[in-house]
Write a new protein. Structure first.
Length: 138
């Protein structure tokens, strides 16, 4: 005699592939809305950003170098490669402050505020150290 089998409840949200498509579309819209480097900072001829990502125990996770020219899209956010998997670092305020003071070189450090998982009180602990080099038009 067969036992009692309950039907599975269907998943209510989008699946992984649909989420990936949604994220890609959202990033594409952000890039279109962001504008170019010259539209935000007309006096800047170039911007180089050196990024160093550190883990919660100060171990090196990743290093990146970004270079922006006047016609490039000015999207100054980077994802956290730490334990949270969803944190975002925003460099736009630091870049705006650096350009506003007409500094050629600036450094910054930010900690990822995201929690490891939903409902947890423990934060990711990832850190971003950035170095900005700005070339100004004469």
């Amino acid at each position: 005699m067969p036992g009692y089998f309950r039907r599975r409840k269907g998943h209510n949200g989008p699946n992984k592939n649909e989420q990936k498509v949604i994220r890609a579309h959202r990033e594409e819209v952000l890039e279109r809305q962001a504008g170019t480097l010259s539209s935000h900072f007309p006096e800047v001829g170039g911007l180089r950003v050196h990024l160093t990502f550190l883990g919660s125990h100060q171990q090196l996770l990743e290093e990146k170098k970004l270079e922006f020219k006047p016609g490039d899209v000015a999207l100054f956010t980077v994802s956290c490669p730490g334990r949270c998997g969803r944190g975002v670092f925003d460099l736009s305020e630091k870049i705006a402050a650096t350009v506003g003071e007409r500094l050629a070189l600036a450094e910054d450090a930010q900690k990822c505020p995201e929690t490891i998982f939903g409902g947890s009180s423990e934060t990711c602990g990832g850190e971003l150290r950035s170095r900005l080099e700005v070339d100004y038009l004469s």
